[in-house]
Design a protein around this ligand. Structure first.
Ligand code: SF4
Ligand code: SF4
Ligand code: SF4
Length: 291
């Protein structure tokens, strides 16, 4: 019973993704969905399992398993544009497949359950940035979050223009936009990391997907909570946080609340075991979720 409780989170995550896999397989009559979401569920469950077993690179294992699969297999081999442009493209064509399903599960509905777990465990952009030297920010956070709305609007306008101007070869254009978009993401992510001495600067200021992720993750069922009875206010958790979250404040209004990527670094750093992941209700708390 104790072992079951210890490994409850990976079991739940596996069950959630298996349910999605089976439902999408049956609804769409495509075995691909069974394989796709089972693989992602197993990868995520494995990462959490390894984290519980205190394996140092647990999160990177999942990042590489999911990130490389989505970038190389789905994106480059299967020609599915899994970036935000692919999502707009499918939305405009009325297709509920690939990118639309990916966004619905990982970035719009999913964050209500597991917050920004996508950003901590699966994103193929962060998969690379997390290997850069600035794991914890070496400078205070900048007020540059407005950039994400510009990149969000640019991606939408770009795809809208393709439809409005009736250009041909849309599928080829989407493939190249996936390729060029990823190169731009990696290049700007790496440059920003070195300029701001912060691996996650791209996530904090530029990534358009956070326009979906931040408001949805505000209501997340799964979030890190501080057990005040154990906390000795040593500040070690906040020092290692890559996203500048005021983690010892349990309110949803806490500083940078919607920035938590569930990377678990704070849990590892806490000498008192005061930071278990917990379930909470949103209650009536209000927050500026666009910080
Ligand atoms: S903020 Fe964007 S780039 Fe960063 S991990 Fe999340 S989805 Fe990836
Ligand atoms: S609060 Fe903890 S889990 Fe969330 S981003 Fe910071 S270190 Fe990671
Ligand atoms: S590391 Fe643990 S004990 Fe120290 S401030 Fe954070 S929660 Fe409290």
């Amino acid at each position: 019973m104790k072992t079951l409780k210890k490994y409850l989170l990976p079991i739940i995550m596996l069950a959630v993704f298996e349910t999605i896999a089976v439902v999408l397989w049956l609804v769409n009559d495509k075995i691909f969905y069974l394989f796709n979401f089972s693989y992602i569920g197993c990868s995520i469950a494995l990462g959490i399992f390894l984290f519980i077993r205190e394996f140092k690179y647990a999160r990177h294992v999942t990042q590489l398993l999911v990130g490389l699969y989505m970038l190389i297999y789905l994106g480059l081999i299967s020609n599915e544009n899994m970036q935000i442009e692919g999502f707009w493209y499918n939305l405009f064509t009325g297709v509920f497949e690939a990118a639309t399903i990916h966004y619905a599960v990982a970035k719009i509905a999913g964050p209500l359950l597991f917050g920004r777990g996508w950003c901590g465990f699966a994103c193929w952009t962060a998969m690379v940035m997390d290997f850069l030297p600035y794991k914890t920010p070496k400078a205070p956070r900048k007020k540059l979050g407005f950039i994400r709305y510009i990149t969000f609007a640019v991606s939408l306008i770009f795809v809208a223009c393709l439809f409005l101007t009736h250009v041909g070869n849309l599928e080829k254009i989407m493939f190249w936009s996936f390729l060029i978009g990823n190169i731009l993401y990696y290049a700007s992510g790496i440059i920003l990391a070195f300029v701001f001495k912060d691996n996650r600067a791209f996530c904090k200021y530029v990534c358009p997907i956070t326009v979906f992720l931040k408001p949805m993750s505000y209501f997340s069922l799964l979030r890190i909570k501080c057990d005040k009875s154990k906390c000795v206010s040593c500040g070690k958790c906040e020092k290692v946080c890559p996203m500048n979250v005021k983690i010892t404040d349990n309110s949803r209004k806490r500083e940078n609340s919607t920035e938590c990527i569930l990377c678990m670094e704070c849990i590892k750093a806490c000498p008192k075991g005061a930071l278990p992941a917990g379930k909470t209700s949103a209650k009536s708390e209000n927050e500026n979720i666009t910080n």
